[in-house]
Design a binder for this molecule. Structure first.
Ligand SMILES: *Cc1c(COP(=O)(O)O)cnc(C)c1O
Length: 321
C-alpha cells in the first residue's frame, strides 16, 4: 500500500484545509461558521469531504466513475471535477432531464458537461438498476451512490471532525453544538461518529451534532443513518420544522432567509439546504445556549438554477444573481 501512504503524506496540495472558521451575527445571535465552501473553487463543501478518500488515494485500476441522481445535483458536479482531476471517464444516470435544461444548460448540469460528463437519461433508484443496465461492470469502474452516500465518505469527514476539535482546543471552546442541514445525512452522521471515535466518551469537548432533513422527513433520515451505521449512539440529533417541505420546491420564505443571511453576514449560502437549516436553527434557539458552529457545505453553483426559477416564480422579489 505504498501508493496510499504517499498520497497521505503529500495530501492534496490544491485544497484549502483546514477550512477557515469565522464568526457571524445573524438575527442578533452570534455563530461560528465553518467555511467548507472555501475548500476549493470547484471541489468544495461536503462533497469535497465525502470524496476526499478518492481524491487522496491512487486508485490505479480505476478509469471510470459511475453514479446516478438528479440532473442538477451538487454531487454530480463534484464527481465531474473528481473525474477530471483523476483523468477518469464519468458516466451519470439521471432519471429525468428537463427539456428546458437540455435546451438551456446551466448550473451544475452545464459545468459537469463541460467537464466531459456522459449523462444518460434512465430511471434508476438504486445502484443495482444502474449496474444491471450495463453489459460489463469491471474492476476499472468506481461506483458512487447517489449523493456520495457511502462508507468511504467517513474518511474525509473524520478530517473535518479533527479540524473542529483542534479549533476548539486552540480557542478554549468546550461545550459545542454543531449544526448542518442533511440530504442523505451522510455528512452529519459520520461527523457525529467521528467525534465519538476521536474523543473519549467523557470528554468535555465532545460536540453534539444536530441536523434537519431537507430531502425527506425525519423517518427517512433515520433510515439513512441506519443504512450506514447501525449503532444509534453515533447518530446525530434530528430537529425538524413542524411544516412539511418538498425538496427542490420554491418557497418565498426560503428565498427571504437566504437573502437576509447574505445581507446580515456577507456570506452567500446555498438555496436548497441552508434556508431550511437556518429556519430550523432559529426555531430551536435552545441550541444557542452553547456556542454553535454552523457548517457551510458549499453548493453555490447550484444556486444559479435555483435563482433562475425564483426569478420566474416570484418576479416581484429582488433577486440578485
Ligand atoms: C450535498 C449537500 C448537502 C447534503 O449532504 P448529505 O451528506 O447528503 O446530508 C447539504 N448541503 C449542501 C450544500 C450540499 O451540496
Amino acid at each position: 500500500m505504498r501508493s496510499v501512504q504517499r498520497s497521505e503524506e503529500t495530501g492534496s496540495p490544491s485544497l484549502n484545509l483546514p477550512s477557515p472558521i469565522q464568526t457571524i451575527t445573524f438575527e442578533n445571535h452570534t455563530f461560528y461558521l465553518k467555511r467548507d465552501d472555501l475548500i476549493h473553487p470547484d471541489f468544495s463543501g461536503n462533497k469535497a469531504r465525502k470524496l476526499y478518500y478518492f481524491l487522496t488515494h491512487d486508485l490505479l485500476h480505476i478509469d471510470t466513475v459511475v453514479s446516478y441522481g438528479s440532473a442538477q445535483s451538487n454531487a454530480m458536479y463534484s464527481l465531474s471535477v473528481l473525474a477530471k482531476m483523476k483523468g477518469w471517464k464519468f458516466e451519470y444516470y439521471a432519471d429525468h432531464i428537463a427539456d428546458y435544461l437540455k435546451a438551456n444548460p446551466h448550473g451544475n448540469y452545464k459545468a459537469a458537461i463541460e467537464n466531459k460528463m456522459i449523462i444518460r437519461e434512465q430511471e434508476a433508484e438504486n445502484s443495482e438498476q444502474v449496474v444491471g443496465s450495463r453489459e460489463h461492470f469491471g474492476d476499472n469502474i468506481l461506483f458512487i451512490e447517489e449523493g456520495g452516500r457511502q462508507k468511504e465518505a467517513e474518511y474525509g469527514i473524520r478530517l473535518l471532525a479533527k479540524e473542529i476539535i483542534e479549533w476548539q482546543k486552540d480557542h478554549g471552546i468546550e461545550e459545542l453544538n454543531v449544526f448542518l442541514p442533511s440530504g442523505t445525512g451522510t455528512t452529519a452522521l459520520y461527523l457525529q461518529k467521528s467525534f465519538h471515535k476521536l474523543l473519549p466518551p467523557t470528554s468535555y469537548l465532545l460536540p453534539k451534532v444536530y441536523t434537519t432533513p431537507c430531502v425527506g422527513d425525519s423517518a427517512y433520515l433515520k433510515k439513512q443513518f441506519l443504512m450506514l451505521v447501525a449503532d444509534k449512539k453515533y447518530h446525530p440529533t434530528i430537529l425538524s420544522l413542524g411544516k412539511k417541505h418538498h425538496f427542490g420546491k420554491l418557497y418565498r420564505e426560503n428565498y427571504e432567509i437566504w437573502l437576509k443571511l447574505q445581507q446580515q453576514t456577507g456570506v452567500v449560502f446555498d438555496l436548497l439546504y441552508d434556508p431550511l437549516g437556518w429556519h430550523t436553527l432559529l426555531a430551536h434557539r435552545e441550541l444557542l445556549r452553547k456556542p454553535l458552529l454552523y457548517i457551510h457545505q458549499g453548493g453555490l453553483l447550484g444556486n444559479e438554477s435555483m435563482l433562475l426559477r425564483y426569478k420566474r416564480k416570484f418576479p416581484q422579489l429582488t433577486v440578485n444573481s
